[in-house]
Design a protein around this ligand. Structure first.
Ligand code: RB5
Length: 149
């Protein structure tokens, strides 16, 4: 079973707790990157802490949450090597894996209900990168990261 690094600011704290419980029930190993209570936190700090585990190989995937998922996904995507996908539906979550090889899934704790969020997480984790022409495109994404434009 994959190991997942999970992090949220105060806007995603409740959803994080819910999803961590589900992931553990399903047999996933989870690294809790905070916040550890409903305390105010800055989402770039949580993105950095969570993505660090993905980049080191300590976790296979990252799951990050803030109120909308926007701030934490923007933050994660600033980190070299991270491809974070903000998803609010299961089809996008599947495509994030199959086409974009996203190594981080972002969710909005205030925009997506817990059961839908769980379906999104399962869709993301249940699919794999299809490669082929998508590998070329993902390689170009990473080139943009190197070149800056
Ligand atoms: C925090 O109030 C909120 O701004 C944050 O959780 C997130 O939604 C930002 O994108």
């Amino acid at each position: 079973m994959a190991k997942i690094a999970v992090g949220a600011d105060h806007g995603g704290y409740e959803l994080k707790a819910f999803l961590m419980e589900r992931l553990i029930q399903e047999g996933y190993e989870v690294i809790d990157c905070g916040v550890h209570a409903a305390e105010s936190a800055d989402y770039p700090d949580i993105a950095a802490e969570t993505c660090k585990h993905v980049l080191s190989g300590n976790a296979q995937f990252g799951l990050v949450m803030c109120g909308t998922g926007i701030g934490i996904s923007i933050s994660a995507n600033k980190i070299r090597g991270i491809r974070a996908a903000l998803c609010a539906d299961t089809y996008s979550a599947r495509m994030a894996r199959e086409h974009n090889d996203a190594n981080v899934l972002a969710l909005g704790g205030r925009t997506v209900g817990p059961e839908l969020a769980w379906d999104i997480v399962q869709s993301y984790l249940g699919h794999t990168f299809t490669g082929g022409r998508h590998a070329r495109r993902v390689a170009k994404i990473m080139e943009l990261e190197e070149k800056g434009s």
